[in-house]
Design a binder for this molecule. Structure first.
Ligand SMILES: Cc1ncc(COP(=O)(O)O)c(C=O)c1O
Length: 415
């Protein structure tokens, strides 16, 4: 008789894991207070301004600038950095598409470096390999909340006078060597989109320690207005990337339970890391000593198909899902440079990349090759989503049981 649920056996569990987002009366009261105040926009109310201060203080940054999304925050961070059109911006090949599209929409050129095989964060050695005289910025991503190797990245940036913008969209509360991420470089962007640990459905935040830079970011977010200027005075090209008072109210309420939830996720991740690392062919991402706190946005396993008789990552995930471990999935399935938008340069009027010369030839994203990112996408990375980390201990044990069960019975799937 088959053991694996995929083959008709009894699943490890049938009850669902905690859903996301989590809300209480707090969120409802906060929204209703804004509605009743009649002050729904940032210019009328105080909640966005208070959130900027509160979130910046939480991330140990001097300034916070609220934005409509993590994507717009990244774009604004680049636009305000004084970089020229056509500047090359180096980023990891393993990240969400917004890291790259924010660069294109800032009239700059994404260039891809490989990731470290143990942390899936930007590999500084690979960054060095793609630097050219057109490189103007490095954009490390604190993937899954694991801080990138900021000392090495900052060192490379200092030597060549490059700007560092952190994509901290998954890293609320993450710490590198005791310092919260976001303003270690010139500035960093956070996301409050619906899958994120602190959410208002959408929303973003930029943080920085630089006063002039903060002012420029704020101006771009708000139609190019000038601090202290008239409402209809516009001193630079900006847009409407503002957060609303309604969103800020929800985020304030979410922040109140954040530390408690973060601790819970961190404990769950430590438990899973310890238990799953004992299973042959399963290696959770490493947490280097420099990562003094991590947001645990995703719990990423490195799956070694060879230890499972060559069972593909997709089939391993299907087997886990059938055992009741949902949501677990394969995450980014191709490195960014192989996304059609880049291969086909399907970029509308942001067409600088259709003629930009990278190392003497018009940039061709099909010529990028980042083997570690390729492997992570194709056969290795398995994501367990953050809401599972809010489960009770016995529910977490089911994850371990399910992986062990697939390990013991994978032969059923190879027949
Ligand atoms: C690494 C990374 N960068 C950028 C973003 C973009 O954030 P948003 O969805 O708020 O625009 C996200 C999340 O969606 C992300 O995970």
């Amino acid at each position: 008789m088959a053991q694996l649920a995929l083959k008709g056996g009894t699943p490890v569990r049938t009850s669902p894991y905690p859903s996301w987002p989590v809300w209480e009366e707090k969120e409802l009261d906060a929204v209703s207070a804004v509605v009743n105040s009649g002050k729904w926009g940032m210019a009328q109310g105080d909640r966005v301004k208070e959130l900027e201060k509160r979130f910046a203080a939480y991330q140990e940054a001097a300034y916070g600038i609220a934005a409509s999304s993590g994507t717009s925050a990244l774009r604004v961070a680049l636009l305000a950095a004084g970089l020229e059109a056509g500047t090359e911006v180096i980023m990891p090949a393993y990240t969400f598409i917004a890291t790259a599209t924010a660069v294109i929409e800032a009239n700059m050129i994404p260039v891809f470096a490989d990731i470290d095989p143990d942390t899936y964060n930007l590999d500084p050695a690979s960054v060095e390999e793609v630097i050219t005289d057109k490189t103007g910025a490095i954009m490390p991503v604190h993937l899954a909340g694991l801080p990138a190797d900021m000392d090495s990245i900052q060192e490379i940036a200092r030597e060549r006078d490059l700007v560092v913008i952190e994509d901290a969209c998954q890293a609320w509360g993450s710490e590198y060597k005791g310092r919260k991420v976001g303003a270690i470089g010139l500035g960093g962007a956070f996301s409050f989109q619906s899958s994120k640990h602190i959410t208002a459905g959408e929303g973003g935040m930029l943080v920085t320690d630089e006063e002039d830079y903060a002012e420029c970011c704020r101006s771009i977010v708000d139609c190019g207005r000038r601090a202290g200027g008239a409402w209809h005075e516009h001193v630079r090209l900006g847009g409407n990337y503002r957060l609303s008072e309604l969103q800020a109210a929800v985020i304030h309420a979410q922040l109140e339970r954040y530390e408690k939830m973060l601790a819970r996720r961190q404990q769950a991740a430590a438990f899973l890391r310890e238990k799953l690392a004992r299973i042959d062919g399963i290696r959770p991402l490493a947490v280097p000593e420099s990562a003094t706190a991590t947001s645990c946005h995703l719990f990423i396993l490195r799956y070694e198909s060879e230890s499972f008789g060559g069972l593909s990552k997709e089939d391993f995930i299907k087997a886990l899902n059938a055992e009741g471990i949902c949501p677990a999935h394969g995450g980014y399935y191709i490195p960014l440079y192989r996304q059609p938008v880049l291969l086909e340069k399907n970029v509308g009027p942001y067409d600088l990349i259709t003629r930009h010369e990278f190392r003497g030839k018009v940039i061709d994203y099909s010529s990028f090759d980042c083997p570690v990112a390729e492997r992570a996408c194709r056969s290795e990375a398995v994501w367990i989503l953050q809401n599972l980390l809010l489960a009770e201990r016995e529910d977490l044990e089911d994850i371990v049981r399910a992986v062990e069960k697939v390990r013991e019975n994978y032969g059923e799937l190879l027949k």
